[in-house]
Design a protein around this ligand. Structure first.
Ligand SMILES: Nc1ncnc2c1ncn2[C@@H]1O[C@H](COP(=O)(O)OP(=O)(O)OP(=O)(O)O)[C@@H](O)[C@H]1O
Ligand SMILES: [Mg+2]
Length: 279
């Protein structure tokens, strides 16, 4: 995909971030067994790009997302959003950051509150961040639902998550992530719970959102074919280490690390024609 922004501006800088967990199996032992989820991980994401983080299960992808969202602490390194170290954010600045950075979850069933209607689901972030008045909020919600392809929006206002199909539920989660007009979106395996044709439509929707709203994406996946379809650049992560970073085509055509090579060999789809992004 062409970059909209020629003068590159770094929106996210992850610098030698280290994150260790205590292995849950060792909670009752004296000497803790630790798991290095991220081992001095560094990456830079430019404003306006779709950056893919690709790796197998357990490689540390969600951990990185959680650190960037400031849902967890980390031991060493730094994460800067624009020029600000997120570790130091407090009060009003932390709230402003939370408004700018949103997440599209893997499983909308778990992330959407089953007791909230779609309208109330989208209202919640607006009231937390004190955005809009009673009337303008309805308008903002309508706009966000329609942008996520839930049209006409009114038909969905009073629906509850269990009344929606899987694809509609993921669209509602996307609408919720978009309602605050974030600058930066983290999509953590956003289609892994959906079947192939619905997941293709969700990709089209994300591409559409990216084009229209100029948001920057961190797209997390284990699927190199999905990354090729969607990402400008990718980083390949293996057991907490970034083993390779580059433009998606460069990494796929000319992989440098043995792990990336193995990942490519494991993708039968690559022996066929290149998947092209819809324009
Ligand atoms: N809260 C936690 N406590 C202990 N270990 C954890 C915790 N969260 C993650 N881990 C461990 O950290 C490592 C990285 O996990 P993470 O969830 O980031 O992987 P992932 O790449 O997102 O995997 P998946 O593709 O399955 O979602 C794994 O070994 C995991 O078991
Ligand atoms: Mg994960």
């Amino acid at each position: 995909m062409e970059r909209k922004n020629n003068s590159a501006e770094t929106i996210l800088n992850v610098d030698r971030v280290q994150k260790t967990y205590r292995d849950q199996r060792s909670l009752f032992r004296k000497s803790a067994i630790t798991v290095t989820a991220l081992n001095r991980v560094s990456l830079e994401i430019q404003k306006g790009e779709v950056f893919g983080l690709v790796g197998a299960s357990g490689s540390g992808k969600t951990t990185l997302a959680r650190l960037v969202l400031r849902l967890e602490e980390f031991e060493a390194g730094s994460i800067r959003f624009h020029e600000t170290e997120i570790r130091n954010l407090k009060g009003r600045n932390l709230r402003a950051f939370r408004r700018k950075v949103q997440m599209i979850p893997q499983d909308p069933y778990q992330s959407l509150n089953p007791y909230l209607s779609v309208q109330d689901t989208l209202l919640e972030p607006l009231s937390i961040h004190k955005i809009g008045t009673r009337t303008t909020r309805t308008e903002i919600i309508r706009e966000s639902l329609e942008a996520a392809g839930l049209t006409p929006a009114e038909d969905f206002f009073l629906s509850y998550p269990h009344q929606l199909s899987g694809g509609q539920r993921q669209r509602a989660a996307i609408a919720r992530a978009m309602v605050l007009k974030p600058e930066f979106l983290i999509a953590d395996e956003p289609t892994s719970m959906l079947d192939a044709s619905i997941s293709f439509n969700i990709f089209r929707l994300l591409i559409d959102i990216q084009k229209k709203r100029q948001v920057t994406f961190l797209f997390i996946t284990h699927d190199l074919a999905a990354a090729r379809f969607f990402c400008d650049r990718i980083a390949v992560i293996y057991q907490g280490d970034i083993v390779e970073t580059g433009t998606t085509e460069k990494v796929i055509q000319d992989p440098q690390s043995e792990y990336t090579k193995a990942l490519i060999r494991a993708q039968p789809k690559f022996s066929f024609a290149k998947t092209t992004r819809p324009t």
